[in-house]
Design a protein around this ligand. Structure first.
Ligand code: ZN
Length: 351
């Protein structure tokens, strides 16, 4: 585990503004892909740093190093086990043993014993520095029991304890948790600034028009745009997707993993709906879209995709799931071969 990469300029500006705040509990909100985790970690690292500056942690002291190698004694990270594994945060010994022995799947929720442990942590004396910190991400994965375990500590933490909660679904937080925090809504980056940043991240392969494709494919969410650049998405591949999916050709999407495949189908469905309604598309170019099916079919598909997103992390057979999605997408889009006039009428009749 090494030091985190430098924050993009728009997150850096928000970090500096948040460092000037004194509150003991900060809640970062906003849609997914805006950098809640990255900003939250940078803020906590700066709180704990032995030589912080107004622009953040020094990156060189013992405390910064301890955060970077995930061993800081004055930091507790409350995350679902699935995300701990993804971001390299260690699990406690018995949990790791259970997972190694496949006794159970990693939890998608923040477990109540982890929340109770954080409460106990709040009552111990710090081992170094001025501050202790608890990072909770995503805070919407606190179930009621875990959230209730935290409430009192969140309301009246010991003098040197600070909380950083971050979420991509603030509406799913208990109001009692929300009301105990100072909320900061993450800012959407400016497109020009984001494109320059994306090109710099991608190095050689990042010409401007490709960066624009990543930006468009992400709907303006930088973390997602960066993920597209890492996957090496090309303009030709992105533009081919709508018609390929309509033909039942899944080859472009095949290696992307179920969650990303579903999000592509949702983007396609979204754009077909906005295009049918005469509004500008967001992810795909209108001339790359197949003929849209009737509005009612799209609305049903949209609902099915939202339901699939809620269960995508469950351990179903990924291969079977993909086949079912591909078949359904072809079935939905295959119905698009109706006359434009008929489509327009069916849309108006059902809105
Ligand atoms: Zn430092």
């Amino acid at each position: 585990m090494t030091a985190p990469p430098a924050l993009p300029p728009w997150l850096q500006r928000q970090l500096e503004a948040l460092l000037a705040q004194r509150g003991h509990a900060i809640l970062l909100t906003g849609p997914s892909g805006l950098g809640q985790y990255e900003l939250g970690l940078a803020l906590v690292r700066a709180w704990l740093c032995e030589r912080p500056s107004p622009s953040g942690a020094c990156g060189a002291c013992g405390s910064c190093h301890a955060v970077d190698v995930r061993t800081h004694a004055d930091l507790r990270v409350l995350m679902p086990e699935t995300l701990c594994l993804e971001h390299g945060w260690p699990l406690d010994e018995s949990t790791q043993k259970d997972l190694d022995e496949k006794k159970r799947k990693p939890s998608r929720w923040i477990r109540v014993d982890a929340a109770r442990d954080a409460v106990g942590f709040g009552q111990t004396t710090r081992s170094r520095g001025r501050t202790k910190a608890v990072l909770v991400f995503p805070a919407d994965r606190l179930n009621t029991e875990s959230a209730n375990a935290l409430l009192k500590t969140l309301e009246e933490p010991a003098g040197d304890l600070r909380f950083l909660l971050a979420t991509e679904a603030a509406d799913q937080l208990l109001p009692t948790v929300r009301s105990r925090c100072q909320t900061h809504a993450l800012a959407w980056p400016d497109e020009e600034e984001a494109l320059a940043w994306l090109q710099a991240q991608a190095g050689q392969g990042g010409d401007r028009s490709t960066a624009q494709v990543w930006w468009r494919a992400s709907g303006g969410r930088p973390a997602d745009a960066l993920a597209w650049s890492t996957l090496g998405l090309t303009e030709a591949a992105w533009r081919s997707i709508p018609r390929a999916v309509a033909r039942g050709d899944w080859s472009v999407l095949y290696d992307w993993g179920p969650a990303r495949q579903l999000s592509v189908l949702q983007k396609l469905c979204h754009d077909l709906m906005t295009h049918a309604a005469g509004a500008p598309t967001r992810y795909f170019r209108p001339d790359d879209l197949p003929a849209p099916p009737p509005w009612r079919t799209l609305a049903n598909w949209s609902r099915e995709l939202s339901e699939a997103v809620r269960t995508v992390e469950h351990p179903f057979n990924a291969g079977l799931m993909q086949e079912a999605w591909a078949a359904r997408a072809r079935q939905v889009l295959g119905k698009g071969a109706v006359s434009v006039a008929g489509r327009t009428q069916s849309f108006r009749a059902t809105v």
